[in-house]
Unconditional design. Structure first.
Length: 320
């Protein structure tokens, strides 16, 4: 309070005017300034009949105090913005495409609503992103078909149909849609990272249902490289709907008529994470999911690519 009175006197150069501006008595202002001068051992103001004038020491001291108060005020405003989720950073883990679809729309809307929140993206397999989540290196992970995640909250948000990517020169490319019986003899390419492990299990299950052993090649490559391998005729691969909207030269995408399961995407986060920025992201994602009618649809669609991690039940949107 004394420093505020100091700045007011320095502004008005009059004890009475400063006191009126602060809504206090002139004597209290005068007493506090005098006590401050005695504590500092310097004279801040030259007292005159019609007011006061800052001494050279007083001018220097007031300048430093003003700068310090501005820094404190900035720190308070910054802390308030972070507390409100208006400023800060979100680190997001994923194993799918962010070019199109629900996640791309979510990030675009969130950026528009919270432009001062930096979004950092880390891509990797589900096991890796979950480990980073538990270590506090990620705020949230968007994972395909996560069933049980010990010590974490999860919330299902959207579904995507499964698609087959095959070379444009492949004989099956002339068909508008495919069935699993059409492709069980094909060579499948599967990534080791991303959703690769879930894709691998799903292909094995579907091919086995047709009485065959799958021809699978696992590749430690990114999604773009895998699609270039498909275009080169090295095999076909299974992807999800959003990924099919990203064009790749020499690759065509076809729906699978008899595939009734969908890729289920969920947000997963640590219950210890109290970030307001994360809370705002989850609220927006839930709102978008409800608007699209995907939450009700998800209750009737069985899960594909299950991640089998025992000991936990999905929270279905537990609060932060």
């Amino acid at each position: 309070m004394t420093l505020i009175q100091l700045l007011s006197v320095a502004e008005h150069l009059n004890f009475r005017h400063a006191a009126n501006a602060l809504g206090v008595t002139q004597s209290s202002v005068s007493t506090r300034i005098k006590a401050l001068e005695e504590t500092l051992g310097i004279v801040l103001f030259e007292r005159r009949h019609r007011g006061v004038r800052l001494t050279e020491s007083g001018r220097r001291f007031v300048a430093e105090v003003s700068a310090g108060i501005e820094q404190i005020d900035h720190a308070v405003r910054t802390a308030g913005a972070v507390s409100d989720g208006k400023l800060g950073r979100l680190t997001i883990g994923l194993n799918g495409s962010i070019a199109t679809g629900f996640l791309a729309d979510l990030r675009r809307r969130y950026s528009a609503a919270h432009p001062a929140i930096e979004q950092s993206i880390i891509e990797g397999p589900s096991s890796h992103t979950l480990a980073m989540l538990r270590d506090g290196k990620l705020d949230v992970a968007f994972i395909i078909n996560v069933a049980d995640v010990p010590d974490c909250h999860s919330r299902h948000l959207w579904n995507e149909a499964l698609m087959i990517a095959l070379p444009a020169a492949h004989p099956l490319a002339v068909l508008e849609t495919l069935a699993w019986a059409d492709i069980v003899k094909e060579t499948f390419l599967v990534r080791q990272g991303g959703a690769g492990p879930q894709v691998f299990e799903h292909i094995v299950r579907r091919v086995a249902e047709h009485g065959r052993s799958p021809r699978l090649h696992r590749r430690d490559v990114g999604r773009d490289t895998l699609m270039h391998m498909v275009a080169a005729g090295e095999g076909i691969t299974l992807t999800h709907e959003a990924g099919s909207h990203v064009p790749f030269p020499g690759v065509v995408f076809r729906p699978i008529d008899d595939e009734k399961e969908h890729a289920r995407f969920s947000a997963v986060w640590s219950p210890q994470n109290r970030s307001p920025a994360l809370r705002n992201l989850l609220d927006l994602a839930t709102h978008m999911s409800r608007l699209d009618g995907l939450t009700m649809q998800a209750q009737t669609v069985p899960s594909s690519f299950p991640v089998k991690i025992p000991g936990h039940h999905e929270t279905g949107g537990a609060p932060l």
